[in-house]
Ligand binder design. Structure first.
Ligand SMILES: Nc1ncnc2c1ncn2[C@@H]1O[C@H](COP(=O)(O)OP(=O)(O)OP(=O)(O)O)[C@@H](O)[C@H]1O
Length: 599
């Protein structure tokens, strides 16, 4: 982005770390609502963006993943609507549009707005519109004369084409337009939809653009929609203005063969060497299910989140995971899961695998990695490496959100070394390929891995292609059973329901006890010790069902993180370098990463 008079870098923004929400000029109802959510202090991007947005300025806010960009625009947006005198009876179209790239984000932003409105007890109305809704559902949603509309650009276009939204009404009513995750909107193929909409956006409309990275796409959107905006570039205080992975995320890696990935992930989870909750990424749906079936045999429960599932099932899985019903979520991110992109043949990502069959089945607006606010994910595991450095940043960004800490472990096979090196050189300090900001995972000894090898290989062999296909189909069947829309069908055809249920029961297996519990004699003492420390830390974080002590919810930060203070190899081991006894500050030798956006 070329620097303009309104372009403010962090140094010029003079962020006052002690500034409170009151000092930002925020309405007391919103402040109370935030307090009820346990939020007391604005994040840096909120400190700079909120007052400017309240003032009515167009703003481009660029701040790293998990930095609180959603509230940075939602709070002033709501505040403005509190005082707007628009008479709902004569409202032709909503006052504010919030556009996001995926349905998952739609739901997330919608929930966030709804809960703020409820907590503030104000008579504002929000609706979410998604492309999967029927014309009559879209009409019904809009007929309630909502104040805020959360949607994807494609769905707005559908409403315009179907005459459900009138261009003239938008021109008369639209006071605020937000493009959230702006760096992703164009790559999802929404350019035409956005162009069509902007033709009807009145000049008086305040436009906001929120993004985790700067890119040519953001620049394009800026030209398309904004008028002389304030450009806020706000990484955390750090060495490099380009760094975008939060500093509170520790990054680790393990080198092993593709086959050994199973025994390594088993060791990490079974020996409890990583903190719950864990988000695991694979690049294909089949691999996701293979992993799920494999872990299941050892009594490790997980769910697979993928574009094949119906929208309501995906939301359900996300809600359950966020609510803590299970600790491990396997998410499929092929680095190019932008359905729209695939349909349009615009995909520039480097994936080699055929997507022929996926095209029809996958949801075009699916996006699980980007922007989704997974609650309390402490560890991200790359079971398979992403296809680009940008993909890596977005995956890792699912942990260490807001003021929380997190860790990532990338399990890298020889044929992924090339992309791993690319990630390191792209994100490493000054682009010099500094390798140390992703440290070797220190808590796992070779002995510990070897002790589990026999069982792991045995079970991995038993997870055949047929078993994977069956499990994938079963997941879909289960979701169909849960689907609201099919209730009516099953009422008319009870036999169909019986058949599905029967199938469900038949395919349930309990993992054998000898795999669920690893016998004591197999456990490596050093790794066992590491596991104990991680467990203790988990308990101290109020994050372990079995060992939680009442009133012990205090979060472990800094040196309290066991990944920073323990080395399984001992002081003389190969990993001494990563003994993680930080020089001075805990973070000193975790080199801040930076990204030259490559996607
Ligand atoms: N001031 C705050 N204090 C503490 N937590 C906050 C604050 N503001 C937001 N959060 C929480 O931080 C988390 C991340 O916020 P949010 O989803 O807005 O990040 P983001 O910048 O949009 O990230 P991404 O680019 O990945 O979408 C959310 O769980 C949110 O509730």
């Amino acid at each position: 982005m070329g620097k303009s008079s309104n372009e403010l870098q962090e140094q010029e923004l003079e962020v006052d770390e002690d500034q409170s929400f009151e000092e930002l000029g925020l309405d007391s109802r919103l402040i109370r609502a935030l307090q009820k959510k346990g939020i007391y202090k604005p994040t840096p991007i909120q400190r700079v963006a909120v007052p400017l947005i309240i003032e009515g300025k167009d703003v481009i806010a660029r701040a790293k993943t998990g930095s609180g960009k959603t509230f940075a625009y939602l709070l002033p947006l709501l505040q403005k609507l509190f005082s707007s005198d628009s008479d709902s009876k004569s409202k032709l179209s909503p006052d504010a549009f919030v556009l996001v790239p995926t349905r998952e984000l739609c739901q997330q932003v919608y929930s966030e707005v709804s809960s703020l409105i409820e907590l503030c007890r104000v008579p504002l109305k929000v609706v979410q519109l998604i492309s999967a809704m029927s014309t009559s559902d879209l009409k019904t949603a809009l007929s309630g004369q909502p104040d805020i509309l959360v949607s994807t650009p494609a769905c707005i276009q559908t409403c315009l084409s179907a005459g459900i939204l009138q261009p003239r009404a938008i021109q008369a009513s639209l006071a605020m337009l937000v493009l959230d995750e702006a760096d992703l909107l164009l790559s999802y193929g929404y350019e035409d939809d956005l162009r069509a909409l902007t033709a009807h956006v009145p000049r008086s409309c305040q436009c906001l653009l929120m993004s985790a990275t700067s890119s040519a796409d953001v620049e394009k959107l800026k030209k398309l929609i904004l008028h002389n905006p304030y450009i806020l570039t706000l990484p955390e205080v750090g060495d490099s203005k380009d760094e975008i992975i939060p500093k509170n995320v520790q990054q680790f890696w393990i080198s092993c063969s593709a086959r050994d990935k199973f025994v390594y992930i088993l060791s990490l989870l079974k020996l409890e060497l990583v903190q719950n909750k864990v988000l695991i990424f694979t690049n294909t749906i089949d691999m996701g299910f293979r992993l799920k079936l494999f872990l299941e045999q050892f009594g490790i429960k997980s769910a697979v989140l993928n574009a094949e599932l119906p929208q309501n099932s995906r939301l359900h899985i996300l809600e359950e995971f966020n609510a803590g019903l299970f600790d491990n979520l396997i998410a499929i991110d092929d680095g190019q899961s932008h359905g729209k992109e695939q349909e349009n043949g615009q995909n520039e990502a480097k994936g080699k695998k055929s997507k022929k069959h996926m095209k029809q089945k996958l949801d075009a607006e699916f996006g699980v990695v980007r922007g989704i606010d997974f609650k309390n994910v402490h560890t991200v595991i790359n079971f398979e490496m992403p296809l680009s450095a940008a993909g890596y940043v977005h995956r890792i960004g699912r942990t260490g959100r807001a003021y929380n800490s997190g860790a990532s472990v990338s399990i890298v096979s020889p044929d992924e070394m090339e992309i791993f090196k690319e990630i390191k050189s792209t994100l490493g300090k000054d682009g010099s390929g500094d390798a140390n900001f992703i440290a070797t995972f220190p808590l796992l000894t070779k002995n510990a891995v070897e002790s589990l090898r026999y069982r792991a290989e045995d079970v991995a062999r038993s997870v055949t292609k047929v078993a994977v296909r069956e499990s994938r189909a079963q997941d879909l069947r289960n979701e169909i059973l849960n689907s609201e829309k099919l209730k009516a069908h099953f009422e008319d055809n009870p036999r169909d329901l019986d058949l599905l249920k029967h199938d469900k029961v038949l395919s349930k297996k309990t993992p054998p006890a000898h795999l669920r519990n690893i016998p004591e004699y197999l456990l490596d003492p050093t790794t066992q010790e590491a596991g104990k420390i991680v467990k203790l830390a988990r308990a101290a974080m109020g994050n372990a069902k079995s060992v939680r002590r009442p009133g012990s919810k205090k979060k472990f930060r800094g040196s309290g993180n066991p990944l920073k203070t323990f080395s399984a190899e001992g002081p003389n081991g190969a990993n001494r370098r990563h003994h993680l006894k930080r020089k001075g500050s805990n973070r000193d030798d975790i080199h801040p990463s930076r990204q030259k956006r490559s996607a």
